[in-house]
Design a binder for this molecule. Structure first.
Ligand SMILES: [Zn+2]
Length: 230
């Protein structure tokens, strides 16, 4: 809340170090951005994403392709910034992350025949609490870069899942199964499923399963960051 207020009062200071931003900087200064640990190439990121998901789900990677921009560490500058995006109403930050992610995806070559972008939905109770879904903002930024539509209505949450924070890895893995319902609109489509941070991939795997059950031809994955093994 304090940061949000600061940012509203002083939109031209860095969210992390509070130093003034240069004209081409947005939300975060270049030296704090350097601490974010971006992947060198999209294929390196895809490899790490596969390893993360496979280590929780056995041999299977339940996605066609996968992209993410950063490695995520606890108590890092990136965590601070993503927290501001999620809980402090800085939704333009989500769009900005999404745009960057999309441009980076394209820089890695052919991204395949993606036909629509679907954010992981928040349950409507949580959405009311927070007033917006950060994954939807990331999806909107991706849509600008990839020139594909956001179709949030294709995926809904069936029931309220307990917040993942504080749950054990095993509980997290169990938690989201069966939590989503996809509409027939996805039929035959290659869907790009979007989330902010991948921890175990359990939420995304559950969402991808719902999309496939409703006839999505392929499901790929895009996230701002993947959690590093601590
Ligand atoms: Zn800074």
């Amino acid at each position: 809340m304090r940061e949000q207020l600061l940012h509203l009062l002083f939109p031209h200071v860095c969210l992390v170090c509070q130093k003034p931003l240069l004209p081409d900087e947005e939300y975060c200064c270049a030296s704090c951005m350097e601490e974010f640990e971006p992947f060198r190439t999209p294929s390196e990121a895809e490899y790490v994403l596969r390893q993360t998901v496979v280590s929780h789900f056995g041999e299977q990677f339940p996605f066609e392709r996968g992209w993410c921009r950063y490695q995520f560490h606890k108590k890092s500058a990136l965590q601070q910034v993503l927290h501001s995006m999620k809980y402090e109403g800085l939704f333009n930050l989500g769009k900005s992350f999404g745009r960057q992610l999309g441009e980076w995806m394209l820089s890695g070559g052919d991204i395949g025949d993606i036909g629509c972008i679907v954010p992981v939905p928040l349950h409507h109770l949580k959405k009311t609490e927070r007033s917006y879904n950060q994954s939807e903002k990331i999806a909107e930024g991706l849509a600008q870069s990839l020139k594909q539509p956001v179709r949030s209505e294709f995926l809904v949450r069936k029931r309220y899942t307990v917040s993942q924070t504080g749950l054990s890895a095993e509980a997290r893995k169990q938690n989201p199964a069966g939590a989503f319902l996809a509409t027939e609109g996805v039929c035959g489509c290659h869907v790009l499923l979007v989330d902010d941070v991948v921890t175990t991939g359990a939420t995304l795997a559950a969402a991808a399963q719902a999309l496939r059950e409703s006839g999505a031809e392929k499901v790929s994955l895009a996230a701002v960051a993947v959690a590093a093994k601590e």
